[in-house]
Design a protein around this ligand. Structure first.
Ligand SMILES: Cc1ncc(COP(=O)(O)O)c(C=O)c1O
Length: 341
C-alpha cells in the first residue's frame, strides 16, 4: 500500500483531523442505499432528528494498522459490526449488514490510505462508524430515516513515553442502569460519564471506575474500557455483567490469555472489597489496548496492585501479544485479521 502523508506521527494524539473521504449511506423506506464516499465532513440533517433530541444513535471504534511489509489490516471488524447491530436493535434502528459495514470500513481506509501511519510509529488509523436517527419527527418514537457513516482519523500511540500505569478512583455515580443500555454503544452512556470523569480528573486520577448500579459492590467499567485482573496464581479475571459494554479487546485478551499464554480465564463478579486477590490489573479497549492500573482509590484508601510506576509482567505479555497480532508481527487466530486490498 502507498506512502503516507507528511504528518509528525509521534506528535499525534487522539484528536479530530479531517481526512479526505468518508462513507455515507442512507436508510429510507425500509432499506439502505448503496452508500458513497463524500468529501464533505458536515452532515445536514433535520433539526427534528431523533439523534439530536432522544439520543437515537450508536457508534463504534476500530483501527487500521500498517504492518512491517506495508500491508494495511483491520482487527476483527466483524465483531464491531455485530456490536453495532446489537446497539441498533436496542434503540430501534435498522441493522447494517455485516458485509456492508466491513465494505464501508475498507472503502474508507483505501480512500485515505496515505493517512494510515507508518509501521513502527505506534500510530494507527482510527475508524468511527455510526448510525443516527434523522428526518422530521417530534414525538418520542423511532426516526423515519437513518444515516450510517464511517469516518477515519489518524491517532497517535496511546503511550508516548512507553506504557505506564495510572490510578483510578471508584465513582459514586452509575454509568448504566440494570437492564438499561450499558451493553449498547449508545451516546447517552457517554454523556452521563462526562461529569464523573471530570470529577475523577480534578482529583488527580486518570478516570473513574463504575460499580454495578444495583449493589455498588462489583467493578463494572474503567471509564470507557473494561477491567481485568491477574490473580496471584495467574488467572485472568474479568467482570461479568449485562450492563458492561462487551469489549472486543477484552474478549481478544481472554483468548490470548488462554490459548497463547496458557492461563485459566474467568468472567465473573469482581468485588471492590476484594482487590487484593489481584497482583496486576488493567483496563482494556481499542484506544489503549491495555492501560495498566497502578492503583484504585476506594473510600479514601489507595489500593496499589503491582506498582504505580512499572507495568506488571503478565500485563506486559498480554499487551505485547495483542499489539503484535494487530500489527501483523504475531500470528493471529483464524478470522481476526482482514487485509485492506
Ligand atoms: C464503555 C466502554 N467500555 C469498553 C470499551 C472497549 O471496547 P473495545 O475493546 O471493543 O474497544 C469501550 C470502547 O469501545 C467503551 O466505550
Amino acid at each position: 500500500m502507498s506512502n503516507t502523508v507528511n504528518l509528525d506521527w509521534s506528535k499525534l494524539g487522539f484528536g479530530y483531523i479531517k481526512t479526505d473521504l468518508r462513507y455515507v449511506s442512507k436508510w429510507k423506506d425500509g432499506q439502505w442505499d448503496e452508500g458513497q464516499l463524500v468529501e464533505d465532513n458536515n452532515l445536514v440533517i433535520s433539526e427534528a432528528s431523533t439523534a439530536l433530541h432522544y439520543g437515537q444513535q450508536c457508534f463504534e471504534g476500530l483501527k487500521a494498522y500498517r504492518t512491517k511489509d506495508n500491508k494495511i489490516q483491520l482487527f476483527r471488524p466483524d465483531e464491531n459490526a455485530k456490536r453495532l447491530n446489537r446497539s441498533c436493535d436496542r434503540v430501534l434502528m435498522p441493522e447494517v449488514p455485516v458485509e456492508k459495514f466491513i465494505d464501508a470500513c475498507i472503502q474508507v481506509v483505501k480512500a485515505n490510505e496515505h493517512f494510515v501511519p507508518p509501521y513502527g510509529s505506534g500510530a494507527t488509523l482510527y475508524l468511527r462508524p455510526f448510525v443516527i436517527g434523522v428526518g422530521d419527527n417530534l414525538g418520542v418514537k423511532p426516526a423515519p430515516e437513518f444515516i450510517f457513516s464511517v469516518f477515519c482519523v489518524p491517532v497517535g500511540p496511546y503511550f508516548k513515553g512507553g506504557m505506564a500505569p495510572v490510578n483510578f478512583i471508584i465513582s459514586d455515580f452509575d454509568r448504566a442502569a440494570p437492564y438499561g443500555t450499558g451493553a449498547a454503544k449508545v451516546g447517552g452512556n457517554y454523556a452521563g460519564s462526562l461529569y464523573p470523569h471530570k470529577l475523577a480528573v480534578s482529583k488527580g486520577f486518570a478516570d473513574c471506575i463504575y460499580l454495578d448500579p444495583a449493589t455498588h459492590t462489583k467493578i463494572e467499567e474503567v471509564g470507557a474500557a473494561n477491567f481485568f485482573g491477574i490473580t496471584h496464581d495467574d488467572k485472568f479475571i474479568t467482570p461479568k455483567s449485562p450492563s458492561i459494554l462487551p469489549s472486543i479487546t477484552k474478549y481478544s485478551l481472554m483468548h490470548i490469555a488462554k490459548d497463547y499464554l496458557g492461563m485459566p480465564v474467568e468472567e465473573r463478579d469482581v468485588l471492590v472489597e476484594k482487590l487484593d486477590e489481584f497482583k496486576e490489573a488493567g483496563a482494556c479497549g481499542t484506544a489503549a489496548v491495555i492501560t495498566p492500573i497502578g492503583g484504585i482509590e476506594y473510600n479514601g484508601n489507595l489500593h496499589v496492585f503491582h506498582s504505580e510506576k512499572e507495568v506488571g509482567p503478565v500485563t506486559k505479555k498480554l499487551y505485547d501479544t495483542l499489539y503484535g497480532i494487530q500489527f501483523g508481527d504475531v500470528e493471529a487466530p483464524e478470522g481476526w485479521i482482514v487485509e485492506v486490498k
